[in-house]
Design a protein around this ligand. Sequence first.
Ligand code: XMP
Length: 524
Amino acid sequence: MNDFVDKVGKAAVTMQNETIVVIDFGGQYNQLIARRVREENVYCVVIPYSKSLEEIKSYKPKGIIFTGGPNSVYDANAPMADKGVFELGVPILGICYGAQMMSYMLGGRVERAETREYGVMPVEACESLLFDGIDGKMDCLMSHTDKIVEIPNGFEVAAYTDSCPVAAFQNTEKMFFGVQFHPEVEHTAFGKQLIHNFLYKACRVCGDWTMADYAKNFIASAKEKIGDKKVLCALSGGVDSSVAAVLLSKAVGKQLTCIFVDHGLLRKNEGDEVEEIFRKQFDINLVRVNCEDRFLEKLSGVTDPEKKRKIIGEEFIRVFEEEAKKIGTVDFLVQGTIYPDVIESGTGDASVIKSHHNVGGLPDYVDFKEIIEPLRSLFKDEVRQLGTELGIPEYLVWRQPFPGPGLAVRCIGEITRDRLAILKDADAIFREEIANAGLDRKINQYFAVITDMRSVGVMGDERTYDYTIALRAVTTNDFMTGEWARIPFDVLDIVSRRIVNEVKHVNRIVYDITGKPPATIEWE
Ligand code: XMP
């Protein structure tokens, strides 16, 4: 079923682009390494260390990076690279565990230190192409217990710190490098330049990975593969499905039909905005299904969050299925899977799968022959870049994540039309003021919640007994953990005043100051 993906992936992306293979040993920053490489306009794949040498060779790598990992090289089951990678004649950069393993495998000595070295340390660099163009103090993030005490024959020390005699080592003939610190993290100020140097000076890439080319190649391959067949896409208005839809529409025009299920639980004006962009701006064959009544009826009297999710998920699929049937058999179904969902962990765990997907479960229900996943090899920031490249408006490209069950999980207790209207208005004000304060790209997710609590207030000379709106805003990298956003009091003040003045039946605003954990981002 993924034949098309592979063909498009390999023909348009993997085979034509210079590729760096990132071999994953299970460290926490592994995806970050891949993103840093891509930011340098170089395509890379992340594969678990257990993959065969044959597979590594099949990418025709211009260079290889070994990631960090939690093990010690002396652990009984310590993950090791296939020895053959050192014979491929391509440059290698080992990071942290990757460096220790390289040293160990090539005859150096690694020792377990008494204490873990953790923190930002100044590094003294020797002559090395890795450090070209890096002036001044080289602060870098160290996070390791083992350390390299003897480097292999043919290598030289390239950097050191007070407590770490081999912070970096190299063999410039073979273009093998090892660094004990983490160049991929922001704390390592010169890390970006180091990765640039490895790619452009050691691997000698020219940098042929751009989203403009990606779009061009994908569109050409998709055109050829799809021919005159029919394509179906579930459009949610979120970043991934929007970019996927526009990409496919550029390839096959009106052979693509997008179904947009408007369940009435979207943010204020969102349904109309989606319609405006996709129907008018991109001239996409769009079926907007307005089914607010149907969803509200199903949700009537339901207060349990998991029940709400289940009802919405099932009803969504039913609506989609009904609409898809009207179109008849389609040949291809588009899915907005992105690369972080695809990468398998180097430690051999099951692949990471999003726990909640905005349009989850569709393939089981719709009659189609193949799946197309046009974003399968892209990170989220690349999807955004691609969206911009395709002319999708900024506000949509930079849209914060929005849960599939929509406002249903932000309407605590029973969902009624009136309470939804209050929530939509309050949320729109909050979002507007966050944007006015220039915080919309700094805070990763922010929204209003209507609580099921009412309390006493006073407006003019009148006693009120109205709803409390809670404001939620978080900063996070992965949405698995997060901090509550330190929004300036002045901004919160404006939001609070505006909501109570402009939205009827609200007389109290609270700001949620809990992190995740122990709270979750959503209230339900
Ligand atoms: P929590 O509330 O679990 O949220 O901290 C983490 C991220 O997931 C989103 N979220 C959902 N997304 N369906 C979705 O598509 C859901 O049922 C759902 N619940 C939470 C949430 O908005 C946040 O980005």
